[in-house]
Design a protein. Sequence first.
Lengths: 112, 575
Amino acid sequence: MKRIDAVIRPSQLDEVKQRVNALGITGLTVSEVRGFGRQKGHTETYRGSEYTVDFLPKIFVTIAVAEDLVEPVVEAIMEGARTGVIGDGKIFVSSLDDVIRIRTGERGPGAI
Amino acid sequence: MRFLSFQRQYGRRSVAISRALLILLLAQILSGSMCAAFADQAPQPDPAGTATGDKNSVADAAGNPFVVPEPTDTTSPDYAKNKKAFDDFQAQAAREPLALKLADGVGHDRIGSNFSWTLLTGYLVLFMQAGFALLTCGLVRKKNAAHLMMLNFAAYVFAFLAYYAVGYAFQFGAVAVNASPVNIGGAPTLNHFLIGSGQWGLLGGKGFFLTGPAYDAGSNCLTLFELVFMETAGYIIVGAICERITFWAFLLCELFIGGLLYPISGCWVWGGGWLSQLGSSMHLGHGYVDFAGSSVVHAVGGFCAMALALILGPRLGKYGPDGKPRAFPASNIVFVVTGTFVLLFGWMGFNPGSTLGATDLRIAVVAVNTNLAAVAGSAAAMLLWYRLFGKPDITMACNGMLAGLVAITAPCAFVSPTASVIIGVFAGVLVCLGVLFNERILKIDDPCGAISVHGYCGWFGAVALGIFADGAYGSGWNGVGAAAYLGKTGQGVTGLLHGDWSQFVVQLGGATLLAIYAFGATYVVFKAVNAWRSMRVSKEVELEGLDVPEFGMLGYPEDAVQMLSAGSQSPQRAV
């Protein structure tokens, strides 16, 4: 079992969701986060004083998948989230030790 | 707060002195009431309103009274003419008794029309309270939202109580002596100065707790209207002291403004006090004039705010180690703009309402002048800011509109639409420069720009009256030049550009005096308060946000989990 985390632009969430759903994925979790990578921030002026906007709004998507679905899902996310401009985001793939369904108590790949 | 007994804390001598002063004050108040009781033909208060407004209130469009008065000055050159007019009226009255009875009804209706006007415009000004709450709440950080709302709310409550108790009596207790509000019945029972007399009145002395001579329909009409104006001065300070003042200190500020600071200067200008009488006493124009309160309300509030902001010091993190100011961006621009619109709407009560009468048709010119200055101020601020920083700052656009409104508040009845636009433009520029000056040079932290909008532009508005007033309105203002002024009959309040330099002198002097008075009195009193106990919240509270520590609740409870930067200096929301 693998965990796929992706930091994407808020405007691309719908596109990513549609492509991932088309692969038959059974669930994903979304949260609103702030962050920057190489996109960095920029300077603005408020009432005559400068301030830097460091943290940009992003969407954090988390999906748990079986090993064989990792590549298709990563591909789908990439296609959905890419705009070609700096700030498109990143995808992180990590191992999952266990997955448990709360309602039934199931464990393992069957619980995904 | 610890409650030590006054005596234990301050010593026997202070107690004795305080007692003596209290007895003196009470004696003055009582003697004032007793004087009225013993004087013959003393005016009686009319709580039911059934004796207010009769044929003596009837006047034509030009203000000539229906009931011709008997001329008393036999030495006057017009005596013969006036005597004939009086005799003719008496003869006509004898022939047409029904006309006199009808005139009683007309007079009552006239007063009733003016009561409606005054009260309704007063309600509009009351609504400005909501506008200012929205504006200031939107301009500060989200972690202080509940604090800002509560400051605005409690300001209304406590300043009101102080004004009810003593403020109204101090400000208008002697209004009938020199500044009788004829449009709403004259308030004849408010006729005694506590301090001063004649043309040198300093403080009114009738109508404490709105009882006795103030329990009168006409007086109550005046009370409501003047109360909401006082409230405006009361909430102005919120804009400069928010995000770091403790609630108990704030309540003291409101009691001070409502009970003392505002009514005292208000008496000098609107209560028939010495500033208004400088035209008669020292031949300075029509005396100090301020139609709806650029100086009485806004400058007093603004400079009081300046003193408090100076004592409190800037917000934590506002100035970096190099002294450069940091931005604390507004948390809710939607509130800021909505609040500004509400204030603009309320100002339609503030300025036109100050005629105290719908029968004074100048109200239409006042309404247009007010709006013109508002938009001119906003446009000027937007264009200037765009020129200076490349984008029209929305908060400065709003401040620009308010600056125009504040500046036109004094001259609105006395100037032309053209002058209103010019005044608005100057105010829009002044507020921008003022904000930058305060922040960068004086290093006074003013979160909402209250000092610039209300202090600087309020002073400017009062002075602008002395420059731009064109004499088209205000004949006989403050009892000066009713028959003729500057050689012309019907000539009203006139400024420098139209031939009256003395009006400019009294405006400049009076406005400057009011600014110094508001700043000085506030600074002295609250420097002492601050020395006794700090008026500022602790560092931990200020960093967390005042909502929970001061009031036990968040303005935005859903943020309890989400507030990422509650303790930091960086802006709440990324752009």
